[in-house]
Design a protein around this ligand. Structure first.
Ligand SMILES: NC(=O)c1ccc[n+]([C@@H]2O[C@H](COP(=O)([O-])OP(=O)(O)OC[C@H]3O[C@@H](n4cnc5c(N)ncnc54)[C@H](OP(=O)(O)O)[C@@H]3O)[C@@H](O)[C@H]2O)c1
Length: 333
């Protein structure tokens, strides 16, 4: 597509905040990529829990970002803006975006656009950026998980959880997860988890103590928070690190601070969406160097739960909010 050529694109709009039925197909003018940006003709777009929060009015896009939901896409480069040097029209790419993914066309910053590892379909590629950028920047960069250590992942069967299990195992760590059903636990074990705890029928604090001979784990990736926070602290070993990425169980917690001194532990958190393109670009470089070869060698895979046509984004959100899924839900264009 020539720069400046105005054609319309198909999008999903949030028609007033509410349940999944507020997601509706619409037509908008196709954006023109600015300097340092590329326009992608989208083949598939990943669905994330954050999109459900945005739809409910609880997670607005950062300033200047499209109000169209969608944080990750895969497709073909349709146009490039000024000063884009390493990407060209026709390239098959995936991209992390701060919004605008639920559409037939999407603009992405050059730093956040990555090649598709050989062997991945567009659908599989669209399911990668949000989870792998998040797991890399939290479990490894923020909590600096080491290959000799043990990681506990809550929500093991989620998009984030399935990426965390695979990456941590691929780097040699021991991985425990919690999940909400026997089936989900079995699936996490299939993906490589050393132990999976059904939190509905067992107390993960007791289980983790048993699995670690009372020592506790080194790192916890937590998307639940709320009353999990004191229980996470109890499950952490000496010099342990908790990294929080969401608050599905609540945003406040009452904790005893004594273990911070006795066990020298750290409690931290991170949100990816509003970070700079430079920050995201540095993660992209790491992923290309260390993780893309793992996809190409078949050591890790993109886990697809289900696909829905773009126009049925509301159905995709219903499946996500049912929590029946395991892995990623993807919209196809
Ligand atoms: N901070 C960041 O930068 C960042 C980036 C990406 C994602 N996130 C967050 O990470 C979380 C996972 O994202 P995702 O897209 O992978 O989500 P997802 O696939 O929908 O997974 C969420 C899973 O968590 C489990 N869960 C455990 N406790 C829960 C609770 N109290 N309420 C609801 N679900 C609960 C559910 O399975 P079971 O309960 O059956 O086990 C559910 O399937 C989301 O909250 C998302 O917003 C944060």
């Amino acid at each position: 597509m020539a720069l400046g050529e105005q054609v319309s694109m198909e999008v999903i709009e949030i028609k007033g905040f509410g349940n999944a039925d507020v997601l509706a197909p619409a037509t908008r003018e196709t954006p023109v990529p600015e300097a340092g940006e590329v326009l992608i003709e989208v083949a598939a777009a990943g669905v994330n829990r954050a999109d459900c929060l945005q739809r409910m009015g609880k997670y607005p896009p950062p300033p200047g970002v499209s109000d169209i939901p969608g944080l990750e896409v895969a497709g073909t480069v349709a146009a490039i803006g000024k000063d884009v040097l390493e990407i060209k029209e026709g390239d098959a790419v995936m991209a992390l975006v701060a919004g605008g993914g639920y559409a037939s066309h999407c603009v992405a910053a050059e730093e956040c656009v990555l090649p598709i590892p050989a062997g991945l379909s567009m659908t599989e590629a669209a399911a990668v950026p949000e989870t792998f950028f998040t797991v890399w920047s939290t479990v490894f960069n923020r909590a600096y998980l080491d290959e000799s250590e043990t990681l506990l992942v809550h929500g093991g069967s989620s998009g984030i959880g399935t990426a965390a299990i695979q990456l941590a195992k691929a780097f040699g760590a021991r991985v425990f997860v919690t999940a909400g059903s026997h089936e989900k636990c079995a699936y996490c074990r299939e993906l490589g988890a050393d132990a999976a705890i059904n939190y509905k029928s067992a107390d993960f604090v007791k289980e983790v103590a048993g699995l670690t001979d009372g020592k506790g784990v080194d790192v916890i990736l937590d998307m639940v928070a709320g009353d999990y926070v004191p229980r996470n602290i109890a499950s952490l070993g000496e010099n342990g690190r908790i990294v929080m990425i969401a608050f599905m169980g609540g945003t406040s917690a009452q904790i005893n601070l004594v273990p911070f001194l006795l066990k020298r532990i750290s409690l931290t958190g991170a949100g990816l969406r509003a970070r700079s393109n430079a920050f995201k670009g540095a993660i992209a470089e790491d992923l290309k160097a260390f993780v893309w070869p793992m996809f190409e060698q078949g050591k890790i895979k993109s886990i697809i739960d289900s696909t829905f046509p773009l126009a049925e984004a509301g159905e995709a959100h219903k499946r996500m909010e049912s929590s029946a899924h395991m892995g990623k839900i993807v919209l196809t264009v």
